[in-house]
Design a protein around this ligand. Structure first.
Ligand code: GLP
Length: 239
């Protein structure tokens, strides 16, 4: 894995945006896999700025988000759909046919998951998958114990993940218990992966991801098996 250490989260955001811009400029019809969470917010703001300044043209890209909560009403401010609309699709001028996110309210979540993997394949596969990481090593919503060949599927969220994400909700009881997520196998099929990590609270899981055993106990450790991974982390996460 290639490691890029930045002094601050702001510098991580700039480096990450530059990384994405270079890939789109090299391939204007690039297929991107995208994350939610607090970590990529700065990158999305930098990308929106680059679109406004005409340093990148996103008209021909296609995007697939990693995951979505199950059971939130459509338009719920905590849904990842609304997160992506507010932070990326609208500021970057993406139109609905270009941007995909699992439907967390699908009547048949298993069928939705199968169709999502099929849509990724039909788009030619993901050129660049951007990832964040959970404190327990989850990528997307692939919690510890998930096998490396898992496909997009409906999953149960751990208490640890629900507690970590409770900061976005009024109470922990409002945090959904299920989600649809790309599988680890789906993620590892991306031709290139960019992992973003900020903060001292992620230092331990990042060290385990880079140098620890490759094990389902830390889903992110499977990134060690991918031939083209870049990690951009701030100094607190990569001391
Ligand atoms: C969430 C998302 C992940 C994200 C992770 C870290 O639960 N499903 O895709 O990478 O948790 O989030 P944050 O960047 O807010 O720490």
């Amino acid at each position: 894995m290639k490691l890029i250490k930045c002094p601050t989260p702001e510098a991580v955001a700039q480096q990450a945006a530059q990384f994405v811009i270079e890939r789109i400029n090299a391939k204007p019809a690039a297929v991107l896999g995208l994350p939610t969470g607090g970590t990529p917010l700065g990158m999305y703001a930098e990308l929106a700025k680059a679109v406004r300044e005409k340093r990148v043209d996103m008209r021909d890209i296609t995007t697939f988000n990693l995951d979505e909560y199950c059971g939130l009403p459509p338009g719920d401010p905590q849904s990842y759909d609304v997160f992506m609309r507010s932070n990326f699709y609208m500021p970057c001028g993406l139109n609905p046919p270009q941007s995909h996110i699992p439907n967390g309210n699908a009547a048949d979540p298993d069928a939705e998951a199968l169709a999502y993997d099929a849509a990724i394949r039909a788009a030619g596969g993901i050129d660049l998958q951007v990832l964040g990481i959970g404190h327990n090593g989850h990528i997307g919503f692939n919690e510890p114990g998930t096998p490396p060949d898992s496909r997009t599927q409906a999953v149960q969220l751990t208490d640890k993940t629900r507690q970590a994400n409770a900061r976005f909700f009024s109470t922990i009881d409002d945090v959904p218990t299920r989600a649809i997520t790309m599988g680890i196998g789906t993620i590892l099929e991306a031709r290139e992966i960019l992992l973003l990590v900020n903060g001292a609270d992620k230092a331990e899981i990042l060290a385990a991801t880079l140098r620890g055993p490759v094990t389902p106990d830390n889903p992110a450790s499977f990134l060690q098996n991918h031939p083209c991974v870049t990690v951009i982390a701030d100094a607190a996460a990569m001391p």
